[in-house]
Design a protein around this ligand. Structure first.
Ligand code: FE2
Ligand code: FE2
Length: 503
């Protein structure tokens, strides 16, 4: 682990208050820093962006103008994304997302300026086409792909519209430039559905290239005649082809700076060579095996309803890492047949068991697993009851020394379909494993019972699971569990090198 990552870990291991202060401080530094950078860049291009600025206010105006322009652009982005964040159901933008999208849009703004002013001036390229045609090289497909991969499709559409308007303004463009940017950005984002590896990212760019080429050609012909149609098509195609490599270059920087975890990053986290999973394998092998099976079940459930299977599998792999510190308190690791809880009061057992969620979240944050995984860890038990200790605690509840509510996990309840799938996979695996040689029918009834219990207990109220989804997820989990639980035919003892029994 690098030095800088160790620094992050130290900060994250600090108490909650310090961690929150650190997060706000980081956000503040990012905001002030990016605003300052953009104000300086606006200043450097001040004379061109604001040609009248030098007149009345002399040298001072470009600076004031640059600040004013930064303010105006930021305000536009804030209103646009703020409105969508409030009113569009799937656009729930945190401060971090807002800052990321604004930075991305402003970066594209300056890329657009650079494409027209720097690339068009390169002697080897300058003669290829008229300067305005280079607008077809503005890398909006790459940026739209990044927005979709790191946040979601709805947000990437909003980003494409805002960034297109800004970038068209940056190159003093008219309808052809604006229409091209809107079309190319949308084409890039729509081809970046499930990007699970670098090849898929490059492929998304390659698939965008013909759309960009045709759009550039058509718009050029419609608005400017046939003179530069060939150059427009060439630059449009090049824009699409470069989208994959450019997105791949921007992605790790954005992930590190803003704490995102793309599906490509999740695939890396899914490797059992990750230090946290290695520790789980060594210190809590029972939990590790349980997590691998839950990962398989959750992945099958996600496939059944079109949720994100990579996120489900990886979050399931890490969902119980909080047990690493006290593995012997969890039944899957009690190999000696002795239950440590027999010597503990229900209250003490409850404290130890409940703490694994909080501890897991702390460890996941420290390891930089990203918010999507951390949120699922936090929600994987929702506010469900600790059924295994409830019976033992009945006398205490009867004597009013404890309440049933004390034996609930603190939550929050699952807020995404992926979190709900992991919750159901976790509960069903643990219960079915406790059955001795279950038949297919018993497995099916157990899964149905657990899904119904979670639904009736209100655990699925905050996620977007429909009854049809629940049925499909239950069916997929049952299918895998039956395959896992069925007994193999007995091997003959002689086949294992053992002395064959007398008939
Ligand atoms: Fe758990
Ligand atoms: Fe679990």
């Amino acid at each position: 682990m690098s030095g800088s990552k160790d620094g992050t870990r130290d900060n994250l291991l600090a108490p909650n208050g310090s961690r929150r202060t650190f997060r706000y401080a980081r956000l503040l530094v990012l905001t002030v820093g990016s605003s300052a950078i953009f104000a300086i860049l606006f200043y450097l291009w001040g004379r061109e962006l604001m040609p009248r600025s030098a007149g009345r206010w002399g040298e001072l105006f470009p600076f004031v103008g640059a600040v004013a322009l930064t303010l105006a652009v930021s305000l536009f982005l804030k209103e646009w994304f703020g409105f969508a964040g409030r009113e569009v159901r799937k656009v729930r933008l945190a401060a971090r997302d807002f800052l990321f999208l604004c930075s991305l849009a402003l970066l594209l703004f300056f890329c657009a300026k650079a494409v027209l002013e720097v690339v068009a001036e390169v002697p080897a390229l300058g003669g290829v086409a008229a300067p305005r045609v280079y607008a077809y090289l503005i890398p909006i497909p790459a940026f739209a792909i990044v927005a979709r991969v790191l946040i979601n499709s709805e947000t990437s559409i909003l980003f494409t519209v805002a960034a297109s308007v800004l970038s068209a303004a940056a190159v003093a463009g008219h309808w052809p430039e604006l229409l091209f940017l809107l079309l190319a950005g949308t084409a890039g984002a729509s081809r970046a559905g499930r990007i699970a590896d670098r090849y898929a990212m490059l492929l998304a760019g390659v698939q965008t290239a013909p759309v960009c080429a045709i759009a550039a050609m058509a718009l050029e012909y419609a608005f400017h005649g046939s003179g530069e149609v060939g150059s427009a098509a060439l630059l449009g195609a090049l824009n699409g082809l470069l989208a994959g490599p450019v997105a791949l270059a921007v992605l790790p920087v954005a992930e590190y700076a803003f704490g995102y975890a793309s599906d490509i990053r999740l695939m890396e986290l899914g490797s059992t060579s990750h230090p946290l999973l290695s520790r789980l394998m060594v210190f809590a092998p029972g939990t590790f095996h349980h997590s691998v099976v839950v990962g398989t079940l959750a992945e099958a459930g996600a496939h059944a309803i079109g949720a994100n299977p990579v996120l489900c599998r990886v979050a399931a792999l890490y969902h119980d890492v909080g047990k690493i510190g006290k593995p012997q308190y969890f039944s899957e690791n009690q190999t000696g047949g002795e239950n440590i809880h027999d010597q503990l009061t229900p209250g003490l057992s409850r404290t130890v068991i409940l703490s694994h969620v909080k501890e897991g979240v702390r460890m996941a944050r420290a390891a930089g697993l990203g918010d999507r995984v951390v949120e699922i860890l936090e929600q994987h038990h929702g506010t469900s009851l600790l059924y295994c200790f409830l019976d033992k605690a009945k006398p205490m509840i009867r004597d009013r020394k404890a309440s049933e509510e004390m034996f609930r996990y603190p939550g929050p309840r699952p807020r995404t379909r992926e979190a709900a799938i992991v919750m159901l996979a976790d509960a069903t695996e643990a219960t079915v494993r406790s059955l001795r040689n279950p038949s297919a029918r018993e497995v099916e009834e157990t899964v149905t019972g657990i899904v119904n219990r979670a639904y009736l207990d209100g655990q699925l109220d905050e996620c977007e699971m429909t009854l049809r989804d629940l049925h499909a997820v239950g069916g997929a989990i049952t299918h895998v569990l039956i395959a896992i639980a069925h007994r193999r035919v007995d091997y003959p003892a002689s086949g294992m090198g053992l002395p064959a029994e007398d008939p």
